[in-house]
Design a protein around this ligand. Structure first.
Ligand code: AMP
Length: 542
């Protein structure tokens, strides 16, 4: 027997419709590409989003068309999340930090029909425009006065399109399973793979991540996503802020140190989210300049493991709660968040930290299991580790225009390629990525755990541990570090620092100090590049 409830479709257009009618006066603040601050309200954004949907219709955009964006986190990019998806087209966010050849591959694979581009990317785009096979036109995200001179053909001006169209556009209603947006994963091997989100998945994901135990969003909060809008929907924050009427602050292209601090402080941000590299720079800036962020309540750290030292710095030095989260582009992207359960708050500080360092509890809607090499499920004892598999209504069921996906080999589950433990309290901990784990003498060593120890050393700013070939043990860990400003790390002191903190045989065989690490398009340390660089490195133990 079916229930007698209305079958209204879950559509992205409903978020901004709701925000503009209930929280119409709430602000969206963004740092523009030109450097200034732009302020307006959800009601004003809604009006412009309708105008753009009308303009796109006039340009011939149809349901299902892929409309690409090459843009930073600002109000125009925010608008496209709603105008493009709202009208039934697919908002395809591109990572501007990718090599032009990768952008060409991705845009041709997706058959992008139009491209929205920040003025800063116009020149680089000119160099590879000729390789793009499906583009009908380009919309430069500027007003008429700031339109750059360009050799690109079929160019439109964003603000002219808005000005030339009125807001008389009704959102169409369609099947909630319709595709809404597209994001390619930056796979380290093979070609990038397209993750095609749906309206239904996005709405359900948004409802879950807005909850108090996850992003803690409401109209009383101010949220700043440092995580780029071109990467996995900025962890869903543009949608979740809109659904809850939270004040939204978009940082533009300036994501590091002082400009980020100024926005967090000046706009009264209560929740912010990003990868560890961003927070490392913010902590350094605050310490170096005697600054604090007393209004900031919580920092969501994910994308790579949040080091214990970083969690402690935010909480103990600055009084800001850290919530460690984990997810993947394939998961819309939030899979877990670490909010301390009430029964654990009374633990001693070091026991509490052991929980807080984990990647957290699955958010409502995500099922997790860990399995061995034969696919048999492993116990939730916090020690046994295995391949982490997930399922849920916002986890991809296959890749865009790809017939085969090894990650979907087991019916109904997605293989994350991460190795994890699950414990009896429901916390998940990532041990490593399958390709990063160090295989030493038939046993596994977690590079994440070794990095966590190294990062507690006072002279270490960044740490990466990679496996290097060893004649006896197959692989042994090599520790790479960048020093904290003004320090000269002593190698033997660093290696001695591991004593008693990990099993003796886990201690890295060698340390190398580097000036900087290769950082990928989404702010993560590129271990693949480091492995390549040190593939012939001869360890002193070899
Ligand atoms: P992406 O799809 O580019 O966001 O990358 C997803 C991958 O990032 C995951 O499969 C993990 O390997 C890694 N990752 C994300 N969050 C964390 C975290 N908190 N700790 C460790 N690894 C993480």
């Amino acid at each position: 027997m079916h229930g007698l409830m209305m079958d209204r479709p879950l559509l992205i257009s409903s978020f901004l419709e709701y925000a503009s009618s209930i929280y119409g006066e709430q602000e969206i603040v963004s740092r523009t590409v030109e450097g200034g601050i732009h302020r307006y309200t959800y009601a004003q954004a809604d009006n412009r989003v309708h105008r753009m949907a009308k303009a796109l219709t006039a340009l011939g955009v149809e349901s299902g068309d892929r409309i690409a964006t090459l843009a930073w986190n600002d109000h125009r990019h925010y608008e496209l999340y709603f105008s493009v998806s709202g009208m039934g087209a697919v908002c395809h966010t591109l990572n501007p930090r990718l090599h032009p050849s990768q952008l060409t591959y991705i845009m041709n694979h997706a058959s992008d029909r139009y491209l929205f581009v920040d003025p800063t990317f116009v020149k680089p785009l000119e160099a590879f425009y000729a390789t793009l096979e499906s583009l009908k036109g380009i919309i430069i995200m500027a007003d008429a006065a700031d339109m750059p001179d360009t050799t690109l053909p079929n160019v439109h001006c964003y603000e002219t399109l808005i000005a030339d169209n009125d807001a008389d556009f009704a959102w169409p209603e369609f099947d909630e399973r319709t595709a809404s947006s597209l994001c390619y994963t930056s796979g380290t091997t093979g070609n990038p793979k397209g993750v095609l989100y749906s309206h239904r998945a996005t709405v359900l994901h948004t409802m879950s991540v807005a909850l108090p135990s996850v992003l803690h969003l409401s109209a009383h909060e101010t949220v700043l996503p440092v995580v780029p809008m071109f990467h996995a929907n900025a962890w869903g924050i543009p949608y979740a802020a809109t659904m809850t009427g939270a004040k939204l602050v978009l940082p533009g292209a300036h994501l590091i140190g002082e400009p980020l601090y100024e926005l967090l402080d000046g706009e009264g941000v209560t929740t912010t989210a990003g990868v560890p590299t961003v927070w490392l720079a913010l902590l350094e800036y605050m310490r170096g300049n005697g600054k604090r962020l007393d209004g900031l309540q919580r920092v969501i750290i994910g994308g790579s493991a949040a080091p214990t030292s970083m969690i402690e710095a935010f909480q103990d030095e600055f009084g800001i709660e850290v919530r460690h989260g984990w997810g993947m582009t394939e998961m819309s992207p939030v899979g877990s968040i670490n909010t301390l359960k009430p029964n654990l708050t009374g633990l001693a500080a070091n026991e509490r930290m052991a929980y807080q360092a984990k990647q957290g509890q699955p958010v409502y809607g995500v099922d997790m299991k860990i399995v061995d090499a034969d696919g048999a499920e492993l116990p939730h004892d916090g020690k046994t580790f295995g391949e982490l598999k997930v399922r849920g209504p916002w986890i991809c069921n296959g890749y865009f225009a790809m017939d085969e996906s090894k990650a979907h080999a087991e019916e109904g589950w997605f293989n994350t390629d991460d190795v994890a433990t699950l414990d009896s309290e429901g916390y998940m901990q990532i041990v490593d990525r399958t390709k990063d784990v160090i295989k030493s003498g038939g046993e596994w060593i977690s590079s994440i755990e070794l990095e966590d120890v190294a990062l507690r050393h006072p002279d270490v700013a960044q740490a990466a541990v990679i496996g290097v070939a060893h004649p006896k043990w197959d692989e042994r860990p090599l520790l790479l570090i960048t020093p904290k400003p003004g320090t000269t790390p002593d190698m033997s002191d660093i290696l001695a620092f591991f004593k008693g903190k990990v099993a003796n045989w886990w201690t890295p065989d060698d340390v190398i100090v580097m000036e900087s690490f290769p950082i990928g398009g989404t702010g993560k340390i590129q271990k693949g590049e480091l492995r390549e660089k040190f593939k012939d490195y001869k360890l002193p133990t070899a």
